[in-house]
Design a protein around this ligand. Structure first.
Ligand code: ATP
Ligand code: ASP
Ligand code: MG
Length: 328
């Protein structure tokens, strides 16, 4: 989550998606087409990661440690869910970043998971059309890998996905009027440094960029949480977000910090509670945290872009829209 961010993209009067039982026949038909695109997308993405040697692991929901989603002056979280089980305080997954770093260091050199994230976004974010309060990341991590290699993997997989959809989901893409317009550029995609975007658009670059780009575009060097690698000499961050035209951020990732001294210094600087990250800190102190890099793709955001949805809730079977709680 980048610092100094405003609610992304399309803040026009947006129609709030209704639950299944209230949809008309035509709307149900549209939802069925979205279901077909989602199936093909997940099938292709998982197959592509698995065939590149990434193990497919199952997600976790409760843990003592989760993503701090901090520091962030524009903090988007209205409530952080903590509960007690067996006398211990646990949190619902904000992202599986801590688990990814630990699992990648101790067990799987390459793996991915489809991870449900619960983020009770501020209710005004219903109007961005780009935020849900439950969503899924295809979250992956690779040991001893550089940022540019992760970006290449994402580019290849995204291009492969679009090629596959054009071949195998022609009917659906035509239905959504996306058959002709859906394209990814050849590698490497364009890369912008966040500082250059700030110089051009000001602090609100994130809301301006989607309408300024015509194709998926990388942004690097974004101040974020302690786990993204920061060069303490140059103050540059070795991380990357992928932005989609018209919509906004669909992926965040980075090379990771693994040295105990740096992680501790950043936690202290950012006011992150070290007691919530005891295991990570112990492993780092023992030299058992390995250098890695990875990223998380917002699955619903990706599908929204593919089908040209107006609101992310449209591509969710049961919409989880900030400030709107349906029975299912
Ligand atoms: P944003 O700036 O758009 O609020 P973020 O930077 O806070 O997003 P990250 O913490 O980087 O999000 O999460 C990783 C990915 O998860 C994002 O790139 C996005 O694709 C997806 N994601 C994050 N928040 C949401 C949300 N509320 N609804 C749907 N997808 C989300
Ligand atoms: N999944 C992201 C990453 O790999 C972390 C996040 O969700 O913010 O960097
Ligand atoms: Mg992000």
């Amino acid at each position: 989550m980048p610092i100094s961010k405003e609610p992304a993209t399309r803040t026009l009067a947006i129609r709030i998606p209704r639950p299944l039982e209230q949809l008309s026949k035509d709307e149900l038909e549209r939802k069925q087409h979205i279901g077909k695109v989602t199936t093909r997308t997940l099938r292709t993405l998982t197959e592509k990661f698995a065939s590149r040697g990434f193990e497919w692991t199952l997600p976790v929901i409760f843990a003592k440690s989760t993503d701090p989603l901090w520091p962030d002056p524009g903090a988007s979280i209205e409530t952080r869910i903590e509960t007690e089980i067996y006398g211990e305080t646990v949190r619902t997954t904000l992202s599986m970043i801590i688990h990814k770093i630990v699992a990648c260091s101790l067990l799987h050199p390459k793996f991915f998971t489809l991870s449900p994230n619960v983020r009770i976004e501020k209710r005004e974010r219903r109007a961005t059309g780009w935020h849900a309060y439950e969503f899924t990341q295809l979250d992956f991590e690779a040991r001893n890998t550089e940022s540019k290699d992760i970006r290449r993997i994402v580019e290849d997989i995204l291009r492969g996905l679009l090629e596959d959809l054009k071949k195998n989901s022609r009917e659906e893409l035509t239905y959504f009027n996306r058959y002709k317009s859906l394209d990814a550029p050849s590698s490497p995609f364009k890369v912008y440094d966040r500082e250059d975007l700030e110089a051009k658009y000001g602090k609100q670059w994130e809301t301006q960029l989607p309408s300024a780009i015509k194709e998926p575009t990388w942004v690097t060097n974004i101040p974020r949480e302690f786990y993204d690698y920061e060069d303490f000499d140059t103050r540059k961050w070795d991380n990357y977000d992928l932005f989609l035209p018209r919509y906004g951020e669909v992926l965040s990732g980075a090379r990771r910090e693994y040295e105990h001294g740096k992680i501790t210094a950043k936690m202290e600087r950012d006011g992150v509670k070290k007691e919530n990250y005891e295991l990570l800190l112990t492993l780092a102190k023992e030299g058992r945290v390995k250098p890695s890099a990875g990223a998380g793709i917002g699955v619903e955001r990706l599908v929204s872009w593919i089908v040209g949805a107006e609101h992310i809730g449209e591509v969710q079977l049961f919409p989880k829209i900030p400030g709107v709680v349906y029975e299912l």
